[in-house]
Design a protein around this ligand. Structure first.
Ligand code: ADP
Ligand code: MG
Length: 238
């Protein structure tokens, strides 16, 4: 677990600035949800937290460490994407253990990590199966298993549920929330679904065109939206 500080972060692709100075303080153990319309810069910000995109200006710190120039695999972060492609030729156990293997973990360490993650996610009976033998929800749990197997300081989720049907989405939302209550890992969760944001977040950050419009608890945003955009997005009358 760790706090994350995003300070005045800007990002340009060529001459096109997509983030115009974003500041988001995130406390140790907090579940922060980034919302905003498509194209507002949510994924770009998450990719910068993961180290997959460099920062044009500003700083990102994890714990006490400024990570601007730290490579992805040296950051203690795990990311779950929308398109969580599992390795089709590997069992569930091997899919989950792969990131530990890549980091040079010993085989006992890998199997301990996989067992722990499998228990947390109720995947123990499925460890020998292949991805094609799993339902959509089970595959999504394996994708989460790959992330939690390392017990990272920070989880990043980029619209992890948007490819699931409505019923499964609600079930997985509850599961992710319970996982957070159990592990208390600092989490940054991107969605464009207001209900997901309202039900999951300790703190919601509303983004729009590369800036933060407002941040606060779900109740604060619902009760006191600071402008028309936030009011419209959160769905309360302005
Ligand atoms: P969101 O996740 O909120 O939908 P993104 O962060 O994916 O938004 O994109 C923000 C903006 O940055 C969009 O206008 C997108 O086209 C642009 N963008 C994202 N990645 C790149 C890239 N690698 N090169 C150029 N433009 C990009
Ligand atoms: Mg995105």
């Amino acid at each position: 677990m760790s706090s994350v500080q995003i300070r005045d972060v800007r990002k340009s692709f060529g001459n096109f600035e997509v983030l115009h100075g974003v500041t988001i303080p995130i406390e140790d153990g907090e579940f922060v949800v980034l919302v905003g319309p498509s194209g507002c810069g949510k994924s770009t910000l998450l990719r910068m937290l993961a180290g997959l995109e460099n920062i044009t200006s500003g700083t990102i710190s994890i714990g006490d460490r400024v990570v601007n120039n730290v490579q992805p695999k040296e950051r203690d972060i795990a990311m779950v994407f929308q398109n969580y492609a599992l390795y089709p030729h590997m069992t569930v156990a091997d899919n989950m253990g792969f990131s530990l293997k890549l980091r040079g973990a010993k085989s006992e360490e890998i199997s301990t990590g996989v067992k722990r993650a499998a228990e947390i996610l109720a995947l123990t009976p499925l460890l020998d199966r292949y991805p094609r033998q799993l339902s959509g929800g089970q595959r999504q749990r394996v994708a989460m298993g790959r992330a939690i197997v390392r017990d990272p300081q920070v989880f990043l989720f980029d619209e992890p549920l948007s490819n699931l049907d409505a019923k499964l989405r609600v079930a997985m939302r509850t599961e992710i929330k319970e996982l957070h209550q159990r592990l208390r890992t600092t989490t940054v969760y991107v969605t464009h679904d207001q209900i997901e944001a309202m039900t999951m977040a300790d703190k919601i950050v509303v983004m729009h065109d590369g800036i933060v419009e407002q941040m606060g608890s779900p109740l604060e945003l619902y009760d006191k939206p600071e402008n028309q955009f936030v009011a419209g997005f959160i769905g309360s009358p302005a």
